[in-house]
Design a protein around this ligand. Structure first.
Ligand code: ZN
Ligand code: ZN
Length: 207
């Protein structure tokens, strides 16, 4: 069973998640969007060592602390290759609140492996072209970034968004998971696959 901690960071309250296996000290850091000192403090509070950074997508509010954390700890970063143009773009900013991220390292070619943590990468384009969700099947936990929220779905009116692709991704990759799967989104509170399948008003019901 994985353990985790949610750390809301930055002006847009991105949920940065620490994920680790019980009894292990290596942790994954998902979407360190801002406030690297706050993320470091949470790691220290659990006596964890960061092993790798996983990004659900490349929007600036999710990557702002990547440079600081990867630089300090010398750890790899992974995001879907289709996100690279967005990840590297100087226009990937939200003026005047969130400037473009600095000192971003070159992402790793392969998904990092961390002791005790088995997960799969679900490709869920729509919010962005290379958006992914991270699924820890053994622990029935799903990290959805800005693809799926409690009672909502990600915007598709931003850079490279595609509303049809987002609906397909959610229906074909996420709603097929066990109903009890816990969903940990990139913003806001957690939910379950079953709750969203039954109640999310933004999901078009299959005929
Ligand atoms: Zn986003
Ligand atoms: Zn976001």
């Amino acid at each position: 069973m994985i353990r985790m901690e949610c750390i809301p960071v930055g002006f847009l309250d991105v949920n940065c998640y620490l994920v680790w296996a019980e009894g292990e000290e290596s942790a994954l850091v998902i979407d360190p969007g801002a406030e690297p000192a706050k993320v470091d403090a949470a790691l220290a509070a659990h006596a964890l060592r960061p092993a790798a950074i996983l990004l659900t997508h490349g929007h600036v509010d999710h990557i702002g602390a990547v440079g600081a954390l990867a630089g300090k700890h010398g750890i790899p970063v992974w995001l879907h290759p289709a996100e690279l143009p967005l990840y590297r773009s100087p226009a990937n900013a939200l003026p005047p609140w969130v400037p473009a991220a600095r000192d971003l390292p070159e992402p790793a070619a392969a998904v990092p492996i961390v002791p005790g943590l088995a997960f799969s990468v679900l490709e869920t384009p729509g919010h962005t072209r290379g958006g992914v969700c991270y699924y820890f099947a053994d622990s029935a936990a799903l990290f959805t970034g800005d693809t799926l929220f409690a009672g909502s779905v990600g915007r598709t009116d931003l850079h490279c968004g595609d509303a049809d692709a987002l609906q397909r991704s959610i229906r074909e990759k996420l709603l097929v998971l066990p109903a009890a799967t816990r969903v940990f989104p990139g913003h806001g509170g957690s939910t379950t696959v079953g709750t969203e399948a039954a109640e999310n008003p933004y999901l078009i019901k299959a005929p």
